[in-house]
Design a protein around this ligand. Structure first.
Ligand SMILES: C[S@@+](CC[C@H](N)C(=O)[O-])C[C@H]1O[C@@H](n2cnc3c(N)ncnc32)[C@H](O)[C@@H]1O
Ligand SMILES: [Zn+2]
Length: 268
């Protein structure tokens, strides 16, 4: 990790700014420690700072342990959705790119980056203009972070990665043009907290995109829809509109991926 990444983080315990333990770093730090003004220290492992606080509860920890275990096979597992739901998930992910400004700089974060598929889809479309992007990815699963780190390196573009939780995002406020979350919110133990945090780190005017399994009202009435829910009950989820922060503006809900996922978009 480098100085520009460090500058936008905050201590998840006290909210204060962070410094490299040992002074200013001229180059990327692979392994080391960062420290806040109050002396709380956080490790950096293979270039990824770990800023998880408070410790995760049992329910979330179980999910994270599952994600750690499936990280290496996750992309293969997700491909099963393509045939089953009649979609091309990688192509569908390019749909998130429609929210990217057509020119100028764009600082974007995927707050549950998983294996990095959303940013691979971004790269596929914006290969020749990557210099205008400042990309960040966060996840609570180190297994997922390691896979995404390898994929970004192989593809040849940079994403600052952070080990952290959506319930207390270790980034300062008002930073991002785009805050993206896909695939996890249905099982989060604190959905309002996660949405509040996503709004907090967005710039005024920034866009928050939240996507997860959940059939459209029309699809859930069809035989196909009923069969999908019977096979995987996650698809019975409804967009958590009651938890959208009051301060959110221009809230829109759509159904994407052949009407099998909801997509909530709002502005700060
Ligand atoms: C179903 S996967 C989706 C991954 C990726 N966003 C995608 O669309 O393929 C859900 C992800 O959410 C992450 N996650 C779960 N709880 C989290 C939390 N509290 N904070 C950050 N990430 C979390 C998991 O580790 C996992 O990588
Ligand atoms: Zn601190």
């Amino acid at each position: 990790m480098d100085e520009s990444h460090l500058k936008i983080l905050k201590c998840p315990k006290c909210g204060k700014k962070l410094l490299f333990n040992g002074g200013i770093a001229v180059a990327d730090i692979a392994d080391g420690e960062i420290v806040c003004e109050k002396g709380h220290t956080w490790p950096i492992t293979q270039g990824i700072p770990s800023l998880v606080h408070p410790p995760i509860n049992e329910e979330d920890a179980k999910w994270i342990s599952d994600y750690d275990q499936m990280a290496e096979n996750y992309d293969e597992l997700v491909k099963e959705y393509d045939t089953w739901l009649g979609i091309d998930m990688m192509k569908e992910r390019e749909g998130f790119n429609t929210f990217i400004p057509i020119e100028g700089s764009c600082r974007s974060i995927d707050v549950s980056i998983g294996t990095g598929a959303n940013f691979i889809a971004l790269y596929n479309q914006f290969k020749d203009q990557m210099e205008r992007f400042n990309l960040h990815g966060m996840d609570l699963s180190t297994g997922m972070l390691n896979v995404s780190q390898r994929k970004f390196k192989d593809a040849g573009f940079t994403v600052g990665l952070t080990h952290g939780s959506v319930f207390n995002i270790p980034f300062q406020k008002n930073l991002f043009d785009i805050v993206l979350h896909s695939g996890g919110i249905n099982t989060f133990s604190d959905i309002p907290g996660a949405l509040n945090e996503m709004l907090r780190i967005a710039k005024p005017g920034g866009i928050i995109i939240v996507v997860d399994e959940g059939l459209s009202p029309e699809k859930r009435e069809t035989e196909e829809g009923k069969a999908i829910i019977k096979t995987n009950s996650l698809f019975a989820a409804k967009p958590p509109l009651e938890h959208i922060p009051e301060k959110a503006k221009d809230v829109e809900v759509n159904f994407v991926m052949n009407e099998t996922f909801y997509q909530i978009v709002f502005k700060k």
